[in-house]
Ligand binder design. Structure first.
Ligand code: G6P
Length: 614
């Protein structure tokens, strides 16, 4: 994980870098640090904890400099303390470096460097890089840029780095492999470098996304030059950012998560805008159009993802199988890649990822690609690594998601998967024309219905107050509501630190029922549909053991109301679309409980939004 940001130009670098680090804090917040080049001196300030700690610490220091690098860390090697914080210095203080990724062969490199007389201050894998570059430069008498290139040839692992040096004060050197890096080209001959475009968008819309094993040299005299690791120069491909600055701000909400929950009527609409029309009766996902026949013919589709995105895939599995009758397997990306899976050219592998940078998901895709499968992506971040390595895909268009707990990205992923399933089913003829038209009409009505669910906020807040001190919680659902139960439990545990488990409702009696007593809240999705009666029986089983039932029901339901301790009504919709609506009360519930417990909602402990380490 980790976020990196750098600037070189005529402006003061510190405020730009500091603001950039705040934007990238979702990538990790174990420590933060900045190195500024001023008067032939590299001033380095770093602090354990959030960027705010660094800001406080640096407040009365020399913060001058028109060139600098900054880092916000999610610890992998070494504890989250001041010493392990980036940037890391060379012994003579002539160069400093920031890094996002993992140097897998760091131990071997470290031992070699110790033999060469280097003394390590930190426990990080990153410090080997700075000494390695220094060692190569001194022994081979090459430029810093060349030393960086030669050093990277010796490195196994993932990296996005930026190097600043006293020797070349007009230059920053950056490189990437498997960790993202964007170069922003400013209007005054200045340059911005960052893990994603959010720290850059305020200053320029012209960006270049570096490819794997590319090295970028930004030079105040020579401009931007890009080379591959074999030293061949490449022409930078400049893209125009579409990101809007307002999307990165809280817009009057107390937390990003709350803002993002409330954005869902809009984000879902943006997701299907231009992709379907219920009146005219069509659906078309431009990005994957060419691959639809292949998807229909595929013996199976494998969906790979992690975390919340994996839950979206589980909903996708129900949709694809039930509507389009296409066999789907859902895999944790991390497990898939280490299992020697059977994949061939007829397989289609779809990666679902908000960030488009998750290392395990990337690796799973690379594996599938190497075996000849067609690889597709469903990503939120435009220009992300996954969106670039896939053969084709569909963006979710949910807009930047900054709260670490995923909300609007999930409902957008489910919306894209629904569009895909409906489109494939229609083409394949596995749903009737009537069903096709009802599905489109229902989808079009979903944003309004999401709004109606959001209006239940006060009821949900009251329920939150009652259960905020619970130590355990159970979430139950059946069919496509089972992934909603998993997602509900994940939201609660990740932001409020209450232990929670999601289960298929019928599985409860095979274990979790033993946990039920009067202290245990059980959240159940009991909306009208195929398994309604069965779920009602499960609710009875919980009540018989004095558990507390909080049920999500279809508007007007009277049966569950009589048995449950609390009900949250959601509007009636097609059964296939229930996951989108049913997930919203759980998002709000976790949010309120986390706030009541005094937790850091947007940046829960130990987590990061973009997991670029395996
Ligand atoms: C992290 C985030 C989760 C996210 C998961 C997968 O764990 O905290 O919110 O669901 O990574 O991320 P992706 O970007 O691939 O969807």
């Amino acid at each position: 994980m980790c976020g990196i940001v750098a600037y070189i130009g005529k402006k003061q670098a510190y405020p730009i870098i500091l603001k950039g680090l705040k934007r990238l804090e979702y990538r990790g917040y174990d420590s933060a640090g900045i190195a500024l080049l001023h008067d032939n001196q590299i001033n380095l300030y770093k602090r354990q904890g959030k960027v705010a700690n660094l800001e406080e610490f640096a407040a009365n220091k020399d913060l001058n400099g028109t060139s600098g690098i900054g880092h916000t860390r999610w610890a992998t090697h070494g504890a989250p303390n001041d010493v392990n914080a980036h940037p890391h210095y060379s012994t003579d203080g002539n160069l400093a470096l920031i890094h996002n990724g993992i140097i897998e062969n760091y131990d071997t490199l470290r031992k070699e460097l110790i033999l060469h007389g280097y003394v390590f201050k930190s426990e990080t894998d990153t410090e080997v890089l700075v000494h390695l570059i220094d060692d190569i430069q001194k022994n081979e008498h090459v430029s810093i840029a060349e030393a960086v290139r030669l050093a990277l040839l010796n490195v196994v692992g993932a990296y996005a780095i930026v190097v600043i040096s006293k020797e070349n004060p007009n230059q920053l050197i950056a490189a990437r492999k498997s960790s993202p890096l964007v170069v922003g080209i400013g209007g005054e001959g200045d340059f911005y470098l960052a893990s994603d475009a959010t720290p850059i968008v305020e200053y320029t819309k012209r960006v270049v996304y570096l490819e794997d094993e590319e090295i970028a040299i930004v030079d105040l005299n020579d401009g931007l030059k890009i080379f591959n690791i074999n030293n061949q120069e490449k022409t930078p491909y400049i893209q125009q950012l579409e990101l809007q600055l307002e999307a990165l701000e809280k817009g009057g909400y107390e937390h990003f998560m709350l803002k993002e929950i409330h954005e869902q009527p809009r984000s879902i609409r943006d997701c299907f805008r231009g992709r379907m029309n219920a009146d005219e009766g069509w659906v078309s996902l431009g990005g994957i159009k060419e691959y639809e026949q292949k998807m229909i013919n595929a013996q199976r589709i494998v969906m790979v993802a992690c975390g919340t995105s994996w839950h979206a895939c589980l909903v996708g599995e129900y949709l694809f199988e039930d509507l389009a009758r296409i066999n789907v397997e859902v895999e944790y990306a991390s497990e898939f890649r280490y299992r020697n899976p059977i994949i061939n050219e007829n397989d289609i592998v779809i990666a679902v990822s908000q960030s488009g940078e998750t290392a395990d998901t990337m690796a799973a895709l690379e594996l599938a690609k190497s075996k000849g499968a067609t690889i597709l992506g469903i990503c939120n971040v435009v220009g992300s690594s996954i969106s670039r390595i896939t053969d084709a895909g569909s963006y979710t268009h949910a807009g930047p998601e900054i709260g670490v707990a995923s909300t609007k990205a999930f409902t957008a992923q489910v919306t894209v998967l629904t569009l895909m399933a409906v489109s494939l089913a229609h083409k394949k003829g596995t749903i009737s024309e009537t069903k096709f038209h009802t599905m489109l009409a229902e989808l079009e009505a979903i944003p309004e219905k999401v709004k109606m669910v959001l209006e239940k906020n006060d009821i949900i807040e009251k329920i939150a107050l009652e259960y905020k001190d619970a130590t355990n919680a159970l979430y139950l659902g059946r069919g496509s509501s089972f992934p909603v139960a998993l997602e509900g439990a994940l939201k609660l545990k990740e932001i409020s630190y209450i232990h929670a488990e999601g289960y298929p409702a019928a599985e409860m009696k095979h274990g979790p029922i033993a946990l039920i007593d009067e202290e245990m809240p059980v959240f159940v999705i009991a909306t009208k549909g195929t398994s309604y009666e069965k779920v009602v029986s499960n609710i009875q089983e919980v009540k018989a053991r004095k558990g507390k039932i909080i049920a999500i029901v279809t508007e007007g339901d009277e049966t569950v109301k009589e048995i449950a301790d609390h009900v949250i009504e959601i509007p009636d919709t097609d059964e296939h679309l229930v996951p989108i609506l049913a997930t919203i009360p759980f998002q709000l519930l976790s949010y309120h409980i986390a706030v009541m417990r005094g937790c850091n909602v947007d940046q829960p402990r130990n987590l990061a939004k973009s997991v670029t380490v395996e």
